[in-house]
Every structure is written in structure tokens, then in C-alpha cells.
Design a protein. Structure first.
Length: 501
């Protein structure tokens, strides 16, 4: 009897069905389960629910008669409906909870994970070989480059340097409203999207599922064909400009030269190797400069892989980390993505981008949304949940290290060497968002004090003892002693409280 293979909604590319030692048998029947309980449990961004359902249904349409597509309340019920008591195989799911679930079913054989460059045992061997030294991303990334011969000239990094970050931290071009990059790929909705919209409307009307955010025209690929077109468009037309302004923000140009490929990678529509190999080919063909290509390869072969590995390495308890003992609840205006209630132009802009598209690039995530939460002492678990629900590319594995570790420093420094937060001056240097804002980035107290500037100093003050002992933040903490208006500043910060800034 043939054993069917179960595909989760983030395992939708061809590499999840290709046979091999660790893969399903050739041409086996496929099971896809749309479990409504997933959408009931959390209040997702509607554009995210739309994208995931559209992608699952597009995959089912591609697989035709080979797939058993089941709509059920839970995965357990769906699997029973699809195969009864028969056994199935599945590639390792991407969250601790779903891995536990499939292991508990008794009829499921779990095959190794796919969709990443580094197998988990190889990472464990690398981590063991570090002999207790910190598992820093830069070391991991160089090891991945060597192992996969990415951007290498024999044993040396292409161009002679591993790290070209220095060339990739430029502020936005002065006086320009946009970067002027060629437009990114935009998919065209089809009948499947129409049916998804119809179902989501019905669920909302029935009151069984609630969403947040706007479900405008779908912006992200929902099929392999669309994802390949997006990758091609990026590598051929946009990659060349990826590097220099990677960390900059422009109010009128939210995407700049970013690839918009995260949701396609995380849905499994693209494999990371094909993305980095295409980028490298573009450099070798003289179509993109090395700093842009290295920057892109670093994001995928470095950061994305590192985050995936840390998720499993740190274990499920990592989500409860709260080294700074932050426990404030998220205010309603933030939960509801109520950008119109916010006066601070930078935060209003980023929140509006999330509301309207379920996406912002990494600097608004880290230095606007995450930084604001960190400065206000919001509960890191709730912040993680918010990011997970509100971003089209959010999944448990990618959320935990990025939010608990990188953004909220809730792990006390296991992932990063210092908390990522700043005053308004950083935002002013790296964006045009302070222009026309009611607040002034350099003012710490008074009515026009920038909420990021007061928040930054208040954060340093609150965690003074811990941060004074960290060589990367000690100098900033010493700056507190030079502030003549510290009390006034703290008062202004408290005044702001939970109200939208
Ligand atoms: P680009 O800037 O074009 O980068 C190329 C690719 O690199 C991305 O598509 C992504 O696959 C990968 N990448 C880069 N950095 C990371 C990273 N830190 N973790 C994982 N992949 C990375 N990324 C997600 O995929 N899902 C998330 O839910 C997510 N949440 C984040 C939350 C916070 C607080 C922060 C600071 C970062 C988060 N990131 C997340 C990482 C990064 O912000 C997004 O991957 C990126 O903005 C997606 O846009 P893009 O595809 O245009 O990326």
C-alpha cells in the first residue's frame, strides 16, 4: 500500500515532494489540510490569512487529482478524514507545537526538515565544535558560505572580504522621496483568490474568526510560478541596488530595494539555495555589485538560516524568556494597527504599512515597532504574538529569535550582544520620517520631545545596572549622568504612558 505524504501550508514548493533518501516515495498521494482552528486561535492579519489559504489552494490546484484537500476544524480531524488510520509521512513541521502534534498522532513518520541550507545535525555539530563559545551569526554565516561554496574564490571570500556591511549602511539619498528602484513584482489575483475572499468574508460574518488589518489586492506570490517570477524580477532588476540603502527608510517608498521574498521562502515556494545561487550568478555576470549580492546572501544564508537553527537549538522554553522583566500589556491602538491615532510620523508610517500590507522591511520592524515596544516595557510574549499575527511572513520559528532575542532582548543577550533601540536621532539620520513630524528628534523633554528619544533614555535609566555592565552599552549609560533634564525627561515619558505617541 502507498503511504501518502502530508504537506503543511508552509511546505508548498516542489522540493517538499522530491523523492530522495529523506523524502516521500515518488508520486505518492498528497494530503493538505486546511484547519480552521489555526485561524480561530489567533487574530491574524487578514492579508496573511488570504495569502496562506491562497497558496495552499494554488498548490492543490497544481497537484490536481494527486491531492486530498481537506477542510476541517483541526489537523487531527482532517488527517482522519483524509486517510483514516493509514500511515502518512511528513517533513518536519516548522514549530515545536506542530512537531509535538504530529509525533503524538502515532500514524505519522516525520522526515527531516526541508527548505533550509543546513541540516539540523550539521548545525549541532558546528555548535558543539564551538566548545561553549557564543554562537555568533557572523561565524555561522562564514561557515555556511564555505560549506556551500557561496561567493567563494577557492578558500577565500569573493572580493577578499567576508563582510561588506560597511558599504550597506548608507542613509537614504538626500532630497529624494524614493530610491527610484524598478518596481517589484506584483501578482495578479485569480479565481482562487476570489473564493478565498469569499470564505474569509463568510467566516467574519459568522463571527467565528476575527482578523486585523486590510486585505487589499494580494501583493505576495501564492504559487511557485508567481514566486519564480518575483525572484527573477528581483535578481534581474532590483538586486543591484539592494545593498547601499538596506538600512534606510523613506516614507513614500516602503519597499525600496528589498526583495519581498520572505513570504515566498517561508511558504516553501522558493528554496533559499536557488535564491542565493541566482544572486551569485548575477554578480559573476557583472549584473550586480558585490556589496549588494553579499548583503542579500548574508540575509538568506546567514540570518535566515541562523534564526531557523537557533529556534530549535534554544528549545521551546525560549519563548518564555523575559530577562528584562517587561510585563506591560500592548495598548489597543497598537493591537488594532490604528496608525491614524499616532502622531509620531515614523511610527504612524510603519504601523500604516503593517495595517495595509502585513509587511515592512527589517529596519521599521527592529528600530520603530520593536524598539517602541522595548522602550515601553511591553511583555515580550505579547510582542512576539503581535508580530506573528500581523506579518505575512511571520511563523513561530522566525518570530522567536527575531522578536524575543533580537528585538526585545528578552533572552538577556543569548542572540545579540546588546539591545537594539535608539533615540530619534538614529531615525532622523536613516530616514526622511522626522521631516514634518510634530516631535523633534533632538528634544528630550517638553511637548515636542521625540517619544523615541525620551523612551531611549528612560529605557537606559530603567536598566541602568545591567546595561552599565555591557561593554556595548556602558558608554551610553554613562551619558545618563550628563543629562541635566533627566527627571523632566522621565516625567514626559511617563506622561505618554499607553497613549499613542
Ligand atoms: P530582504 O531585505 O530582501 O532580505 C532577503 C531575505 O533575507 C528575506 O526575504 C528573508 O527571507 C531573509 N532574512 C533577512 N533577515 C532575516 C531574519 N532576521 N530572519 C529571517 N529571515 C531573514 N523575517 C521573516 O521572514 N518573518 C518574520 O516574521 C520576521 N519577523 C521579524 C521581526 C523583527 C522584529 C525583525 C527585526 C525581523 C524580522 N524578520 C522576519 C526579518 C526581516 O525583517 C524580514 O525577513 C524582511 O524584512 C522581509 O522582507 P524582504 O523579503 O524584502 O527581505
Amino acid at each position: 500500500m502507498t503511504t501518502a505524504h502530508w504537506l503543511f501550508g508552509d511546505q508548498l514548493g516542489p522540493h517538499f515532494l522530491s523523492p530522495g533518501e529523506d523524502g516521500p516515495d515518488r508520486d505518492v498521494p498528497v494530503v493538505i489540510i486546511e484547519a480552521r482552528s489555526v485561524f480561530r486561535r489567533r487574530r491574524f492579519h487578514r492579508a496573511k490569512a488570504h495569502l496562506v489559504l491562497s497558496a495552499m489552494r494554488h498548490r492543490a490546484a497544481e497537484l490536481g487529482g494527486r491531492v486530498r484537500y481537506v477542510r476541517s476544524e483541526t489537523y487531527r480531524e482532517g488527517l482522519r478524514e483524509a486517510v483514516g488510520d493509514d500511515t502518512v509521512t511528513v517533513h518536519q513541521p516548522t514549530s515545536h507545537a506542530v512537531l509535538r502534534l504530529v509525533e503524538s498522532l502515532g500514524t505519522v513518520t516525520v522526515l527531516p526538515a526541508r527548505g533550509f541550507l543546513v541540516p539540523r545535525p550539521a548545525f549541532s555539530a558546528w555548535a558543539d565544535a564551538r566548545g561553549g563559545r557564543p554562537l555568533r551569526q557572523e561565524d555561522f554565516y562564514r561557515w555556511v558560505r564555505r560549506e556551500h561554496e557561496l561567493l567563494m574564490d577557492a578558500d577565500a571570500p569573493a572580493g577578499g572580504r567576508w563582510n561588506l556591511d560597511h558599504d550597506n549602511r548608507e542613509p537614504p539619498p538626500r532630497g529624494e522621496r524614493t530610491l527610484g528602484a524598478p518596481a517589484p513584482y506584483r501578482p495578479r489575483e485569480d479565481d482562487i483568490d476570489e473564493r478565498v475572499r469569499h470564505d474569509l468574508d463568510r467566516w467574519e460574518r459568522e463571527g467565528t474568526v476575527r482578523f486585523v488589518g486590510r486585505d487589499g489586492p494580494r501583493r505576495f506570490p501564492a504559487s511557485r510560478r508567481e514566486a519564480l517570477a518575483a525572484l527573477r524580477r528581483f535578481t534581474e532588476h532590483r538586486l543591484a541596488g539592494f545593498g547601499p540603502h538596506e538600512d534606510a527608510m523613506l516614507a513614500a517608498d516602503p519597499v525600496m530595494s528589498h526583495s519581498l521574498l520572505s513570504s515566498s521562502l517561508n511558504l516553501g515556494l522558493l528554496h533559499p539555495l536557488e535564491c542565493v545561487e541566482r544572486a551569485e550568478r548575477a554578480w559573476r555576470a557583472g549584473q550586480a555589485p558585490l556589496n549588494s549580492v553579499e548583503g542579500f546572501v548574508r540575509q538568506i544564508a546567514g540570518w535566515r538560516e541562523y534564526v531557523w537553527q537557533l529556534y530549535w537549538h534554544f528549545g521551546d522554553d525560549y519563548r518564555d524568556s523575559n530577562a528584562l522583566r517587561h510585563d506591560a500589556p500592548l495598548p489597543d491602538w497598537f493591537l488594532e494597527l490604528d496608525a491614524d491615532a499616532v502622531t509620531a510620523r515614523c511610527l504612524a508610517t510603519a504601523l500604516a504599512q503593517v495595517r495595509d500590507t502585513g509587511w515592512t522591511h527589517h529596519i521599521p520592524r527592529l528600530m520603530l515597532l520593536g524598539s517602541y515596544a522595548l522602550q515601553r516595557g511591553w511583555d515580550p510574549r505579547a510582542v512576539t504574538d503581535w508580530f506573528h499575527r500581523c506579518f505575512v511572513d511571520g511563523y513561530d520559528w522566525v518570530m522567536l529569535p527575531n522578536v524575543v532575542g533580537m528585538s526585545q532582548y528578552a533572552d538577556g543577550g543569548r542572540m545579540t550582544t546588546k539591545p537594539y533601540t535608539s533615540g530619534g536621532s538614529y531615525v532622523n539620520r536613516m530616514s526622511d520620517l522626522c521631516k514634518g513630524c510634530a516631535y523633534r528628534p533632538t528634544e528630550r523633554s517638553g511637548d515636542r520631545a521625540c517619544p523615541y528619544t525620551t523612551g531611549y533614555w528612560a529605557f537606559l535609566h530603567r536598566h541602568r545596572r545591567r546595561l552599565a555592565g555591557n561593554h556595548r552599552t556602558a558608554q551610553a549609560v554613562r551619558g545618563l549622568d550628563r543629562l541635566a533634564d533627566l527627571d523632566e525627561l522621565l516625567g514626559r515619558n511617563t506622561e505618554l504612558g499607553d497613549a499613542p505617541p
